[in-house]
Design a protein around this ligand. Structure first.
Ligand SMILES: Cc1cc2nc3c(=O)[nH]c(=O)nc-3n(C[C@H](O)[C@H](O)[C@H](O)COP(=O)(O)O)c2cc1C
Length: 159
């Protein structure tokens, strides 16, 4: 099974989680880059607003070609209860996604937001084969191993 991950991560939490997933599944990592997204308080406020009101930002992909994979994992943080603007912006370009797609999200909240996952799935135009949520605290403390293992086993079982 050839697995690929396309990830957007602003402060590194989502990236940390998918690096562990990539290691387990032998997946490649391709990054959504958003050069205009800056971590200043005003920019963060504006981004929260943009998330709520459907804004987009210029993005580019960096990394290996994900389109040749059997399984694609999309990963992004929760912003304002939805999928982060840069991932949404990339999905709005209608990129080619194969039949097997799984989702990973990280967020400040301790538990997964059904609304955020539903938004992610809707914008990707897919029904996810599996989903993994890791809280920001667990990502930083590196305590997401068990849920990461379950997610990877679920995907590997359907290979
Ligand atoms: C603009 C913005 C909005 C956010 N909104 C939410 C939210 O609605 N719910 C939540 O649980 N976390 C929210 N967060 C926290 C991020 O989802 C969390 O810090 C995540 O782990 C960041 O991932 P990253 O390090 O890969 O960028 C928000 C963060 C930012 C910057």
């Amino acid at each position: 099974m050839i697995s690929a991950i396309v990830v957007y991560s602003n402060t590194g939490n989502t990236r940390r989680v998918v690096e562990a997933v990539a290691l387990q599944l032998g997946a490649t990592l391709t990054t959504v880059q958003a050069p205009e997204v800056r971590p200043t308080p005003f920019a963060i406020f504006r981004l929260g607003f943009a998330t709520l009101f459907g804004g987009v930002t210029p993005v580019q992909l960096q990394g290996p070609d994900y389109t040749k994979s059997d399984l694609l994992i999309l990963a992004a943080p929760v912003w304002a209860g939805r999928v982060a603007v840069p991932m949404r912006s990339w999905l709005a370009t209608r990129p080619p996604l194969g039949p097997r797609v799984a989702l990973v999200m990280t967020g400040g909240a301790p538990a997964a937001s059904a609304t955020a996952f539903a938004d992610f799935a809707k914008r990707a135009g897919i029904t996810p084969e599996a989903s993994l949520y890791v809280s920001e605290a667990a990502a930083k403390a590196d305590t997401f191993g068990a849920s990461c293992d379950r997610f990877c086993s679920q995907l590997a079982a359907r290979a």
